[in-house]
Design a protein around this ligand. Structure first.
Ligand SMILES: NC(=O)c1ccc[n+]([C@@H]2O[C@H](COP(=O)([O-])OP(=O)(O)OC[C@H]3O[C@@H](n4cnc5c(N)ncnc54)[C@H](OP(=O)(O)O)[C@@H]3O)[C@@H](O)[C@H]2O)c1
Length: 385
């Protein structure tokens, strides 16, 4: 990459963040008002290009948020993906993503737990107000450990918000997702809690993860949603048929596909002999990552590789390009611990593939049955409400 350009982008953002801090009078409220004024007319799916990077708008009107077309999932840097580079290397990679125009970074309280928020907060502190660091509440965490229960009650969400603000080193959370439905707290109550936090300037926008179309409607009616974050990639396309994508389109809500490479599988570096760190990787618990399933599903990766071979694309770029092409209000958040993979993934935006080719790819993949469920029974119980 062009070093001068990267240094100047990084320097510019840091200076902008510092000036923003110096001018702050009542920081949170001012920023919310500025964002609302600037984006009131914005529409889900508006796009623009700047310095070769595509930006997309998630959500509509006051809920709108403009971010880079590809975001960055921070989770795997120190949680659930086996390899964890040291802290300094993680921060260097996150800064490299900023240099390359990424403005959406995703974390959650449950990642670590807490450790991933601390890492992302430290890494992005120099860019406060210039990039969007989104986080998620919902999974109950007590004394730094997940209990396996959900708690989106008013008092807990408010406490989690205060604690996340400190770990993330922010005055306001750009987008706060509910990270799994809580059967004991009606979604309307959660929406009311978030409305209050938005009025107070502690949160700017909100979203939901892995919920039904009906839940989206009920939540959106109380407090407009910016984005739904659910699993979506060529091996898991439920949101196309369960009404979620249709509802997002109708209501003007953005969509953020998580695990867009199917937890690395579509990158082509995983085979039946891959050993996952049982202490820091949930893939060994997933039916789709058992050796027999991996062996069977490798046929799917082969289709992506064949598609990419004649177009100069890797299988990761094919997987991400297919998602980006679907609709302009989608922003995938691939994660990586490697600069080379970051560069490769961001390069996806430079390919221009005809609609008919994407459709042919989709049909070729759909012709191969996927072996193994994405979640085990316990994990599945937490989705879809
Ligand atoms: N809302 C939710 O419930 C939920 C659930 C899961 C995840 N998420 C979010 O989604 C983000 C991404 O999800 P994820 O980490 O599960 O899955 P992912 O992005 O589909 O895959 C990440 C894996 O892919 C590998 N990878 C990345 N680029 C690659 C490339 N070009 N070639 C080969 N391998 C590549 C990474 O390994 P290397 O480190 O070797 O590159 C990493 O192990 C997370 O960070 C998190 O923010 C949300």
């Amino acid at each position: 990459m062009n070093n001068d350009k990267s240094i100047s982008r990084r320097g510019f953002l840091k200076t902008a963040a510092a000036i923003g801090a110096a001018l702050t009078v009542s920081p949170a409220l001012d920023k919310v008002k500025a964002a609302e004024t600037a984006l009131t007319g914005a529409r889900n799916g508006s796009t623009r290009k700047k310095d070769g990077v595509e930006y997309r708008t998630l959500g509509t009107g006051r809920a709108a948020m403009e971010v880079s077309a590809l975001g960055f999932g921070c989770m795997g840097m120190n949680y659930n993906r086996s390899q964890s580079p040291d802290r300094r290397e993680c921060i260097r990679i996150i800064h490299e993503a900023v240099d390359r125009g990424v403005t959406l970074f995703d974390t959650a309280i449950i990642y670590g737990p807490l450790r991933n928020e601390l890492l992302a907060g430290e890494a992005l502190a120099p860019y406060k107000g210039c990039v969007n660091l989104t986080t998620k509440f919902g999974h109950e965490v007590i004394d730094g450990k997940g209990t396996g229960r959900q708690d989106s009650s008013r008092a807990t969400v408010r406490r989690y918000c205060e604690e996340s603000l400190k770990r993330l080193r922010l005055d306001t959370i750009p987008l706060f997702y509910q990270h799994r439905y809580d059967r004991n707290t009606p979604i309307e109550d959660v929406a009311e809690t978030i409305s209050g936090l938005i009025r107070e300037g502690k949160v700017q926008r909100w979203g939901l993860c892995e919920v039904s179309a009906d839940t989206i409607r009920r939540a959106h009616a109380v407090c407009p949603l910016t984005a739904i974050q659910s699993e979506y990639h060529l091996m898991h396309r439920d949101v196309e048929t369960n009404g979620v994508l249709d509802t997002c389109r109708e209501l003007g809500i953005g969509f953020v596909p998580y695990s867009p490479l199917n937890r690395g599988f579509l990158g082509g570096c995983i085979n039946e002999y891959t050993v996952f760190d049982t202490a820091n990787d949930n893939r060994h618990t997933l039916p789709r990552f058992q050796p027999d399933a991996i062996r069977a599903n490798t046929r799917i990766v082969a289709v992506l590789q064949a598609f990419g071979r004649t177009r100069g694309m890797t299988s990761s770029q094919v997987a991400l390009g297919w998602l980006l092409h679907k609709v302009p209000w989608i922003v995938p958040i691939p994660g990586t611990t490697k600069e080379s993979h970051l560069v490769e993934n961001l390069h996806t935006q430079t390919f221009n593939i005809p609609d008919a080719d994407w459709l042919a790819l989709e049909n070729d993949v759909a012709a191969i049955p996927v072996t193994g469920d994405r979640y085990n029974a316990e994990q599945q119980r937490q989705v879809g409400y």
